[in-house]
Design a protein around this ligand. Structure first.
Ligand code: AOF
Ligand code: ZN
Length: 365
């Protein structure tokens, strides 16, 4: 019994790792991984590679077929409940039933109402189904999708780099390179999110690229959309800001209160939207298919989005500014003392031990 559980967890872990390869490429669909095992041996592997593409289950079945394996009597490990609907792809349940697989081990149920009841369909067809293997890890992997599909709102991650004395910028407003060693973590965050959100001041002061950069990667990475909250529409006066550069092949949304329109910038990939209320901005982004937003500042933006954030990545450097801009600007007492609760889920110390990454997650109410 225990050996079986350990074996199930082992293969589910492999399915999770496969699913991770799709992170940042499949949004707003879920990253999903699948492994087919027969007589203790892996005969097929697959994951959801890109939005609208073949589902993980079908990828794994195809892999087994290509390698000449029979899936008759095999076990399928899949991170998410198989779908039972015609969407951009046909139902995975049908492919599983046809394949002769006799047992399906699922990480977590699919709350997507359109994907049907895959669990019941499999059971009805005489397949043994087990649910909830490594569920906590699978839910972590699938967190954007699980929130987005049930609320229509994007998952919100706040990310900031601060000094020991809690400053995100010095006296002159310079904020670049407070932390440097853990930069890879920042780019990993950027890669997985559908959009990066910043305030107009950040664009004006730092002129950031807000793209995904990994020193090791030679391939062109998909860049998330850029969202700028710009009440006065000041960024729209300058199309030469880095965020507007067309070579990043991404959409840029500027949320503003001004009456400016798309023709202001005359850039095809930039959309101007007349809204700046954080709740409304998130709703609009959700409607546009954005399942996750990485909020990168500055201080006023952090204050406005703290109450809507699901997770915080706080990077700290062991230096001080003395005077400067603190992480949260004009945070109202109401927010400060309300029931917004975060608990620390992980901590990482940099190689030189001079930098620290603290990950915090909102506690469920
Ligand atoms: C995926 N990849 O590997 C699995 C998914 O429009 P479709 O046909 O791509 O269906 C999308 C839904 O299918 C998705 O929201 C989820 O509920 C379910 N499972 N989706 O993109 C996969 N297994
Ligand atoms: Zn499917």
């Amino acid at each position: 019994m225990r050996a079986k559980k350990l074996q199930d967890e082992y293969f589910m872990k492999l399915a999770i790792n496969l699913a991770k390869k799709g992170l940042g490429c499949v949004n707003p669909n879920p990253p999903v991984g699948a492994v087919i095992v027969k007589d203790g041996e892996i005969i097929g592997k697959g994951y959801h590679k890109r939005y609208g593409g073949r589902h993980a289950e079908r990828e794994a079945l195809l892999d087994a077929k290509r390698k000449g394996h029979s899936t008759l009597g095999a076990t399928l490990y899949v991170t998410l409940e198989p779908c039972d609907h015609y969407g951009k792809t046909p139902p995975c349940t049908d492919a599983i039933i046809e394949s002769g697989i006799k047992r399906v081990v699922i990480g977590t149920l699919d709350p997507n109402p359109v994907s049907g009841n895959g669990l019941e369909k499999l059971k009805k067809n005489g397949i043994d189904v087990e649910i909830g293997i490594l569920e906590k890890d699978v839910k972590e992997l699938t967190k954007f999708f699980l929130k987005y599909i049930t609320t229509g709102l994007p998952y919100v991650t706040l990310k900031y780099a601060a000094t020991l004395d809690g400053m995100i910028a010095d006296e002159d407003g310079n904020s670049k390179w407070i932390t440097t060693e853990l930069r890879k973590e920042v780019h990993r965050l950027r890669k997985t999110h559908s959009a990066i959100l910043v305030g107009a001041n950040t664009v004006i002061k730092d002129d950031p690229l807000l793209n995904v950069r990994f020193e090791s990667s030679k391939t062109q990475l998909k860049n998330p959309k850029v969202v700028v909250l710009d009440k006065e529409g000041v960024t729209l006066n300058n199309p030469s800001f880095n965020i507007f550069r067309p070579e990043f092949s991404r959409e840029v949304f500027v949320f503003t209160n001004t009456a400016k329109t798309n023709s202001t910038l005359a850039l095809d990939h930039v959309r101007i939207l007349n809204e700046t209320e954080p709740t409304k901005v998130l709703q609009i982004l959700g409607k546009m298919g954005v399942d996750s937003v990485l909020v990168e500042g500055g201080a006023s933006i952090f204050s406005q989005f703290l109450q809507f954030s699901d997770e915080i990545y706080a990077f700290y450097a062991t230096k001080t500014f003395g005077v400067g801009k603190s992480v949260f600007q004009n945070l109202s007492r109401k927010i400060e003392h309300s029931d917004i609760n975060f608990s620390i889920t992980s901590v990482k110390v940099s190689k030189s031990k001079r930098e620290l990454m603290v990950v915090m997650k909102r506690c469920s109410p």
